[in-house]
Design a protein around this ligand. Structure first.
Ligand code: NAD
Length: 422
């Protein structure tokens, strides 16, 4: 979200890639292309609510770039969704898919809405009408949405079903891959639900390998306990980390001896959030950021790690599970303080990687085993980290700049070969 007087998130995303573009001497023409999305689709669509009244909603689909493959990126349902935010999120998808070497471009979409204000039936009508409004702007070989903040496999099942029902009868099964992140019964992939969290853990493991740190010595604080944060916290706990603090929109809880994440998950499901969890002490939001820990994992929304918070962080490592959690000012503070950052386009790429596997499974009408999915996920995350470490040594730059450098090299190479039409 861009509040009045705040810097544009999209401009921040452009500044990020342009710093790396300077390091790799990216052609000015390619920089100009990547500084704007290719297509900006805004739809205003009416939906009948349960009380018989009608409300018009605004939805977005921003298609940033498709030089490497079909547009790909999540759908966010949140009251703060606006054009600027979706443009930034779409750009990050282009760099993420290029970095991890999967044949997709970048896109993002969303609806400005608080899903908690609507019944399940209303949400289904909103999702179906939004899908209908997007029409042929999405498609299994053109633009493939997925879950993000405020959306889930249920949302994706409704999008797919709507898209299939308005497709010609002979194509209704062939279009399953129009979205990823579907429930397994409907054509989703084993392992997609927790894939982003799992990719975040593989990122942490890679850093441990680089630095000699051990997972079972690490104290970890997590902001966000939704799809990404909760799966990451569960997997990290299983791998031996001690989860010392967890925050969500209802509050923050901490326990220096480690939180029982399984119990916290049950509590959050039953009570709508982590606040009041009896196995931990209530903390303030600011106490989350000053918590004694080795690793801080923002897994909620953008701009959470501000310069002020960066000054009080006690961690050695920040792993960006969320997209865009660190402001530019904070990044300078983190660098000064020697706090390492695993950037979002690398840390949270597990979700889009397994989305790619789901899309492949839909195309071939096959279902892979968990081992197939997980081995391939680990390989791709590992390879991407190795590539970033290598490029970082060559360019003597930050991990974020190196990640962008790898992505930009791949995009530029394809533009060089394909040329600019006509
Ligand atoms: P989600 O809706 O499942 O969960 C969001 C979480 O953030 C919730 O626990 C919510 O309570 C919390 N939150 C919201 N506002 C907060 C605040 N002010 N303070 C603390 N917590 C707050 O969303 P998600 O899918 O887990 O996405 C989280 C982040 O990860 C987003 O940045 C998203 O773009 C990114 N991401 C998600 C995926 C995916 O596969 N779902 C993939 C890559 C990146």
């Amino acid at each position: 979200m861009t509040a009045v007087g705040q810097r544009s998130l999209h401009q921040a995303a452009v500044d990020q890639f342009q710093r790396a573009a300077a390091l790799v001497d990216l052609k000015a023409s390619y920089q100009e292309i990547l500084a704007q999305p290719k297509n900006e689709i805004i739809v205003n669509f009416p939906v009948t609510l349960d009380d018989g009244s009608m409300k018009v909603f605004t939805g977005y689909r921003i298609q940033h770039n498709n030089i490497l493959g079909p547009f790909k990126g999540g759908l966010r349902f949140h009251p703060d969704v606006d054009l600027d935010e979706v443009k930034a999120l779409a750009a990050w998808m282009t760099f993420k898919t290029a970095l991890v070497g999967i044949p997709f471009g970048g896109a993002k979409g969303g609806v400005t809405i608080n899903p908690a204000d609507y019944s399940k039936e209303e949400m289904q009508r909103i999702v179906r009408r939004f899908t209908h409004a997007l029409g042929s702007n999405i498609g299994p070989d053109h633009d493939i949405p997925a879950p993000d903040v405020g959306t889930s496999s249920e949302t994706m099942d409704w999008v797919m079903d709507t898209y299939a029902n308005v497709s010609p009868p002979g194509f209704r099964h062939a279009v399953k891959g129009v979205v990823t992140g579907k429930s397994i019964e409907v054509g989703g992939s084993i392992g997609r639900e927790e894939a982003t969290g799992r990719g975040v853990l593989y990122s942490l493991r890679h850093w441990c390998g680089e630095t000699g740190a051990r997972l079972d010595d690490l104290k970890v604080a997590v902001q966000g306990f939704g799809n990404v944060g909760s799966h990451f916290a569960l997997l990290a706990r299983e791998a031996g980390c001690s989860i010392v603090a967890v925050a969500d929109h209802t509050g923050t809880v901490g326990n220096v001896d480690g939180i029982d994440v399984d119990k916290l998950r049950v509590w959050a499901n039953e009570n709508g959030g982590v606040a009041g969890f009896p196995g931990a002490t209530a903390l303030t939001t600011e106490e989350l950021f000053s918590q004694e820990c080795d690793v801080m994992v923002p897994a909620a929304l953008e701009n959470q790690i501000t310069a002020e918070r960066a000054k009080v962080l006690k961690c050695k490592l920040l792993v960006e599970a969320a997209n865009g959690p660190t402001t530019q000012e904070a990044e300078v503070v983190l660098a000064d303080r020697g706090i390492e950052v695993v950037p979002d386009i690398l840390a949270n790429a597990g979700g889009v990687i397994v989305s790619y596997f789901e899309w492949l499974q839909n195309k071939s009408a096959r279902a892979w085993s968990f081992e197939d999915v997980d081995d391939r996920l680990r390989d791709l995350v590992w390879k991407a980290h190795d590539g970033v470490v290598e490029r970082r040594a060559e360019l003597n730059c930050t991990r974020r700049e190196a990640a962008y450098a790898v992505a930009l090299d791949r995009i530029a190479d394809v533009y060089d070969r394909r040329g600019i039409f006509p």
